[in-house]
Design a protein around this ligand. Structure first.
Ligand code: SF4
Ligand code: SF4
Length: 308
């Protein structure tokens, strides 16, 4: 029998913080997997064992759980029926759990490190989405101030998917109106394999040069591994390092050297910062991710290091 739960429900049940439950799931103390929506699923026996460990009685009996599960499955087959206000067409969110569940409690705003900067307030954005104020949101610069750190979403007692909402709003803006260099970086990455358009020859020359420096300074025999077949770890790079802070790359490399790590850098499509993620450009994001996957396959690497 399956037991379905949300993180905040289990946190309340066991009297711990939501992050504790997430940690338990991540480290296997709670043997649960992601289920539909924002729910998790686990075997009833594992849930029962968890309750036993805490000296608790399960919040529902096995029979009630089975009834709820069956009823839920029936509900899942019904079309979503979000509460509709006015003429809101809700194209910014397609699941009622997104904004309809918002309590307007403001916990998200309290957790946001930049709440108030130029009027940014995640609660306001959720409410505007709920009220169908899509044009205003797409035109506003609030969502572009957001760093997508997800502190608001972590803090939200209703598990509202604020980051997904931010990305959807960003994705609706015309690309030539995306502020700052973000979209230009995406276009550059698609064209040249890195956000800053560093030419391949310059990049390879720099890698070799920094490697030689490192060998002289503290790592005898060090040679920067480029396109090394069968290396365990593929290392991607934030292009700002070769562009303006190349010395920073040495810190990673020294650690790999000391640890005897088998690693490599790809000579092509080596960018590790996917600005498509930040600009809401899913298509480009997928292309850039796909190139990294191709590099993994081409070089037979089994682990990946992303710098961000
Ligand atoms: S924390 Fe969640 S429920 Fe509270 S205002 Fe923010 S989005 Fe709404
Ligand atoms: S994701 Fe954005 S809105 Fe949420 S806490 Fe971080 S900066 Fe604030």
């Amino acid at each position: 029998m399956i037991y379905e739960f949300k993180v905040n429900e289990m946190a309340e049940e066991f009297g711990v913080h939501r992050n504790t439950i997430r940690n338990w799931i991540n480290n296997g103390s709670v043997k649960a997997e992601s289920g539909p929506g924002r729910q998790y699923i686990m075997k009833w026996e594992d849930y029962q064992a968890l309750c036993d460990k805490f000296g608790r009685t399960p919040r529902v009996s096995p029979e009630q759980n089975q009834d709820m599960f069956t009823a839920q499955k029936k509900t899942d087959k019904l079309p979503a029926t979000p509460l509709v206000l006015g003429a809101c067409d809700k194209t910014l969110y397609d699941d009622p759990s997104w904004a309809d569940a918002c309590l307007t409690c403001g916990t998200c705003a309290s957790a946001c490190p930049i709440a108030g900067v130029d009027g940014l307030d995640p609660r306001k954005i959720v409410r505007m989405a709920f009220l169908g104020m899509e044009e205003e949101l797409i035109a506003s610069n609030w969502v572009w101030k957001c760093t997508m750190c997800a502190k608001c979403e972590e803090a939200c007692p209703m598990n509202i998917e604020i980051i997904q909402l931010m990305r959807r709003i960003r994705s609706r803006r015309d690309r030539d109106k995306v502020p700052g260099p973000i979209h230009k970086g995406v276009a550059m990455c698609l064209e040249r394999g890195n956000n800053l358009g560093i030419p391949k020859d310059d990049f390879l020359f720099l890698l070799e040069d920094i490697g030689e420096e490192l060998a002289e300074e503290s790592c005898p025999g060090f040679v920067t591994p480029v396109d090394k077949q069968g290396a365990r770890l593929l290392v991607t790079i934030n292009s700002k390092e070769p562009f303006s802070e190349p010395e920073d790359m040495k810190w990673w490399w020294k650690i790999f050297y000391a640890a005897g790590e088998s690693w490599t850098i790809s000579s092509e499509n080596w960018e590790g910062v996917n600005w498509g993620l930040f600009s809401g450009d899913d298509k480009s994001m997928k292309t850039i991710v796909g190139r990294i996957v191709d590099n993994m396959r081409r070089l037979n690497c089994t682990a990946l290091l992303l710098p961000e």
